[in-house]
Design a protein around this ligand. Structure first.
Ligand SMILES: C[S@@+](CC[C@H](N)C(=O)[O-])C[C@H]1O[C@@H](n2cnc3c(N)ncnc32)[C@H](O)[C@@H]1O
Length: 176
């Protein structure tokens, strides 16, 4: 069986027999442990996804702009990334946007309803997310519906720009 191949990665619906040594990187291990401790993924594991986010965030950490996660739930991915990139040492903000109580009903189209796409059973988690990120200066938790609240982020950045700290258009660095 392919999954018995020495070193094979099989997780989260994804199998590869190619290099997945990122799993043994101590920095990633600790970052992932912290992310998983938020309870975001229940008993599942999403190491490959989490590592891709870490890699992407690490690659752009010194570029202009902030980080944004749209659809945060309990914050597992952001918590992982924040540790992995030493976010504390960057002069940036990390925006976390979500209703923190699941997919908004009015955004499900008739077609999606017909195809059985439902609300998803997310529990309210805003207070828990505030607690998880309390220690991080620069993390901004925005509770509301996307895309409406994305304008809040852009608006905030524009205010910042008007005060003369940033010369160009609002820049948002997506990491998820
Ligand atoms: C699959 S979960 C996110 C998981 C998270 N990125 C992680 O990997 O741990 C999807 C999240 O998106 C949020 N969401 C979906 N549509 C949204 C919308 N239009 N506005 C705000 N939040 C939304 C839900 O509340 C839910 O928390």
């Amino acid at each position: 069986m392919a999954y018995r191949f020495r070193g094979a990665y099989l997780q989260d619906g994804f199998l590869t027999v190619h290099n997945s040594d990122f799993r043994y990187d101590p920095k990633f291990r600790e970052a992932y442990r912290l992310g998983k401790a938020t309870g975001s993924w229940g008993r599942s594991d999403v190491e490959w996804r989490a590592y891709v986010c870490c890699w992407a965030a690490w690659s752009v950490r010194h570029k202009d702009g902030d980080f944004v996660e749209c659809g945060v739930n309990r914050g597992g991915l952001s918590r992982t990334v924040i540790h992995y990139i030493d976010f504390d040492k960057l002069n940036k903000r990390f925006w976390l946007l979500d209703t923190f109580e699941g997919l908004p009903d009015h955004l499900i189209s008739e077609d999606e309803r017909r195809r059985g796409i439902l609300l998803g059973g997310y529990e309210p988690c805003y207070d828990q997310v505030v607690e998880t990120f309390r220690a991080f200066h620069g993390v901004e938790i925005v509770k509301g519906v996307i895309p409406t609240e994305l304008e809040v982020v852009r608006g905030s950045d524009q205010k910042w720009r008007r005060r003369g700290h940033c010369a160009s258009e609002p820049k948002l660095t997506r990491c998820n």
